[in-house]
Write a protein that binds this ligand. Structure first.
Ligand code: ADP
Ligand code: AMP
Length: 219
């Protein structure tokens, strides 16, 4: 089983890198933010509970994300592993994940920590654009689409997420510092953590990512 966890502040490039690596390793990319946005779009009960919290840059309740993760990682396509992006984000989630993995006799292969300062995150997220249809992610300056406002991959319309405004971005960074950052120490102690300089350009980060995962994943 190849189980990779991508940990780092919002805007550190977890989704961008996870999509590339998932394709290369043929593993599902499980992004809790994407799953939650789907629930919001579908106006499901979960979506209705999550919407306001997400727009305000707060974490949605642990029991929701834990249940969504449990449902997702036990699907057939996760049989040889998966990349978790944006989960766990709190102690309770980390404990629940450990329990879920134990029940299946699985183990985390590596936790990849995307290190980046707050100011860079603000710049990245303020100009992020996401595809309405396939969820692909662009940046107006660092990774622009070929045609303005249109997704390169599916032609879908690009939009700016409601939580990608400076005030909410700064709040999300604070939430990350308080609730998620403490997990780093936990994974260091478990001898699972490797650190990436996430400030480098996309291709350079990807090169580093391939290096640090090469010894952790089984073909
Ligand atoms: P996260 O999933 O960690 O929230 P994203 O992958 O969505 O972050 O990236 C946030 C924004 O920064 C996007 O607009 C993306 O295109 C851009 N981006 C991602 N990685 C880099 C990088 N290494 N250098 C510059 N911009 C990047
Ligand atoms: P992201 O797409 O990763 O930036 O996540 C967007 C928003 O979804 C976050 O600001 C939270 O409101 C919510 N979210 C995503 N993952 C989690 C999680 N593991 N726990 C709680 N809330 C989450």
């Amino acid at each position: 089983m190849n189980i990779l966890i991508f940990l780092g502040p919002p805007g550190s490039g977890k989704g961008t890198q996870a999509k590339k690596l998932a394709e290369e390793l043929k593993l599902p990319h499980i992004a809790l933010g994407d799953i939650l946005r789907e629930e919001v779009r579908a106006e499901s009960e979960i979506g209705q509970r999550a919407k306001e919290l997400m727009n305000a840059g707060k974490l949605v309740p642990d029991e929701l994300t834990i249940e969504l993760t449990r449902l997702r990682i036990t699907k057939a396509d996760c049989g040889s592993g998966f990349i978790l992006d944006g989960f766990p984000r709190s102690w309770k989630q980390a404990e629940a994940l450990e329990q879920m993995l134990k029940e299946n006799k699985w183990e985390v292969s590596r936790v990849i920590y995307f290190r980046i300062p707050e100011e860079e995150v603000v710049e990245r997220l303020a100009d992020r654009r996401s595809c309405k249809d396939c969820g692909a992610v662009y940046h107006l300056k660092f990774n622009p689409p070929r045609l303005e406002g249109k997704c390169d991959l599916c032609g879908g319309e690009l939009y700016q997420r409601a939580d990608d405004n400076e005030k909410t971005i700064r709040h999300r960074f604070e939430v990350y510092e308080q609730q998620t950052r403490p997990l780093i120490e936990h994974y260091v102690k478990a001898n699972k953590l490797v650190e990436l300089d996430a400030s480098k350009p996309i291709d350079a980060v990807y090169k580093d990512l391939l290096k640090v995962t090469a010894t952790a994943v089984v073909p």
